[in-house]
Structures are given as structure tokens and as C-alpha cells.
Design a protein around this ligand. Structure first.
Ligand SMILES: [Zn+2]
Length: 93
């Protein structure tokens, strides 16, 4: 598992508490941000190498990225949400 140490408590974009999930990812503005899932769906460019990583808050109080991310139902849900909100990624890349 990859751990995100010193994670912010609030979303870099909307400033609301990150909660149980966050995405450390690249935005449409080309800068990286720790985002809540809501902001990720609107502003993120995707998940994967060079795009973004999905983390979950574990009982130890730290955000961890599980090794089997591709099998993760939450990850799949985010990908589906993202696909439905971003009709074209080509203009960013
Ligand atoms: Zn947010």
C-alpha cells in the first residue's frame, strides 16, 4: 500500500473536508491537487500514472492507496463518473 503522508484535511479546490476518499491528481488547469471525489469528477483528468491516484482514509487516520486499485469498486465508480462528466479529454492533452 502507498500512504499519503501529511494529507490535507480539506479539499484543495472546494475547501470542504476530504472525508473518506480523496484523489491526488492532475486537474484541467494542469496543476496537481488533493481533491475530494466531487471536485475530482469535475476537475480531474483521470486516474492512473501521470493523471491521478485515488486514496482512501483508513482507521489509522492516514490515506492509503491499495495495491489492487484496478479491482476496486470505488475506483471503478470514479472512472465511470469521470467518463460521464468529461466528454472529451483530448483538448487537455
Ligand atoms: Zn472538493
Amino acid at each position: 500500500m502507498t500512504t499519503y503522508f501529511n494529507a490535507p484535511t480539506v479539499c484543495n479546490i472546494c475547501k470542504l473536508p476530504l472525508g473518506k476518499e480523496m484523489v491526488d491528481g492532475r486537474t484541467h488547469w494542469r496543476v496537481w491537487a488533493c481533491m475530494c471525489t466531487r471536485c475530482y469528477v469535475i476537475n480531474g483528468v483521470g486516474l492512473g500514472v501521470g493523471k491521478g491516484q485515488h486514496y482512501r482514509l483508513f482507521p489509522d487516520g492516514l490515506y492509503h492507496r491499495t495495491a489492487s486499485t484496478k479491482q476496486d469498486a470505488v475506483h471503478q465508480r470514479l472512472l465511470a463518473l469521470h467518463a460521464s462528466h468529461v466528454p472529451s479529454q483530448t483538448r487537455f492533452g
